[in-house]
Design a protein around this ligand. Structure first.
Ligand SMILES: *Cc1c(COP(=O)(O)O)cnc(C)c1O
Length: 421
């Protein structure tokens, strides 16, 4: 097929035959994006869930500038640096107590691969044959092969199916059916001697902003603990205030054995990820025997500039005004959502912390339903960055969003339902 070739760039999750025009953005400032053609767009999804305090936060920008002129890259095997050391120490102070070690990588997917390798390495090194991973239906953990294997199977990975390893899937704890999830987890833990259970705490992001209650998270952790199954919390999306607390696991008062953080870790300024783990996992690799080394690295592991950005972000979280912003955004979101709870054109109107989601009722569902791109185009014309997951519209703004931005976002959602339902 002939394509009119304007740019050689192949964009992610983009069908170029249907969507050839990319919006060119020249500047970001707080909750706004400024386009090359002079428009101001409200970034209602934090540029794919990463920009927590708004674009170009001055304290993060200056930390980056300062570090970039000092040391901007260094091999991380056999070498270390202050930004990484200070960041790691600070992370252990804010993460659930009982996480003792920090392994750096540079994307959420990589942090999940690291988590899986840590879990398998742990069992291998203590001489136990535990290799199976238990996952939750509708989960998303990234797009690398291991991360895809533990995520939902579907159109996104059908072509690569033969590469993916087998997992045991438990049902999503839909409202009223939570016990089935817990029973399935209990029998998987009992019958299959799995190495680990990996889950997104409280909100399944890419799977459709599916939300489940705190008590279910707490119970799942209890079940894993009772059968010695490692509990991996993938907080790549839920971390950094999204669910109302810094990390979602706090709400259930649980400490995962392994936790993955990325997306908002630098406030959304630079790519960075960490996988935190319990000391037992580190110690299973600690030996004079080189074969027990944790064999994972990427060229930019703990890049000093990214670490400096993350450190500046953690400093922001020390100031109470940023935590207050999270509470304020959650309250504004709840208020804006209220009228939709009665609106017959929508179903499953829901919120966890600062994240809201609602499903536009349509005859066709699923991610590939035409309504998704139609909604996306509608919002683009309204100078809003919203990117529905099929017929699921969700709002996940940076915490600097204002009440009038929120009003604008929900007015557009109401109008979209009127135009498209
Ligand atoms: C986005 C996401 C990932 C993957 O992160 P990338 O940085 O895009 O590789 C993994 N897990 C969850 C829960 C995510 O939302």
């Amino acid at each position: 097929m002939m394509t009119s070739k304007k740019s050689p760039i192949w964009h992610p999750f983009t069908q170029h035959a249907l969507h050839s025009e990319m919006t060119k953005v020249v500047r970001g400032d707080g909750a706004y994006l400024h386009t090359a053609d002079g428009r101001r767009i409200i970034d209602a999804i934090s540029s794919w869930w990463v920009v927590t305090h708004g674009h170009c936060h001055p304290q993060i920008v200056s930390a980056i500038q300062e570090q970039a002129g000092k040391l901007n890259q260094i091999i991380f095997a056999g070498y270390t640096h202050d930004p990484a050391e200070e960041l790691a120490a600070h992370l252990l102070k804010v993460a659930p107590p009982g996480l003792d070690y920090v392994f750096f990588s540079d994307s959420g997917s990589a942090s999940v691969e690291v988590a899986l390798k840590m879990a398998l390495g742990y069992w291998h090194n203590i001489g136990k044959q535990r290799i199976r991973i238990v996952v939750m239906q509708h989960s998303y953990h990234g797009d690398t092969v291991g991360a895809m294997s533990v995520g939902a199977r579907g159109v996104f990975n059908a072509a690569y199916g033969p590469l993916l390893f087998d997992v045991t899937s438990i049902p999503f704890p839909a409202s009223g059916r939570e016990q089935a999830t817990l029973d399935a987890l209990e029998s998987a833990c009992r019958d299959e001697m799995p190495a680990a259970f990996i889950v997104e705490p409280l909100v399944l992001g890419a799977g459709g902003m599916l939300m489940y209650p705190v008590w279910v998270l707490r119970e799942m952790k209890r079940i894993c603990e009772a059968s010695d199954v490692l509990f991996i919390a993938d907080e790549v999306m839920t971390g950094w205030g999204r669910t109302g607390t810094l990390f979602a696991c706090e709400q259930a008062n649980i400490v995962p054995d392994i936790a993955c953080y990325s997306k908002g870790i630098t406030g959304g300024a630079l790519p960075l990820a960490v996988t935190l783990c319990h000391a037992d996992i580190f110690e299973a690799h600690y030996s004079k025997d080189r074969t027990r080394t944790f064999f994972h690295s990427s060229s930019y592991t703990a890049n000093p500039v990214a670490c400096a950005a993350a450190k500046a972000n953690l400093d922001l979280w020390q100031e109470c005004k940023y935590r207050q912003r999270v509470a304020a955004v959650a309250a504004m979101q709840e208020q804006a959502l209220e009228p939709f709870r009665e609106d017959k054109r929508f179903a499953n109107v829901r919120r966890t912390g600062t994240i809201t989601a609602l499903d536009l009722k349509t005859s066709e569902g699923g991610y590939l339903a035409d309504v998704g791109p139609k909604l996306g185009a509608f919002f683009r014309d309204r100078d809003l960055l919203l990117r529905p997951l099929g017929n699921t519209i969700y709002v996940m703004p940076p915490y600097c969003v204002t009440g009038s931005d929120i009003d604008e976002i929900y007015a557009a959602i109401r109008d979209a339902a009127h135009a498209l339902a």
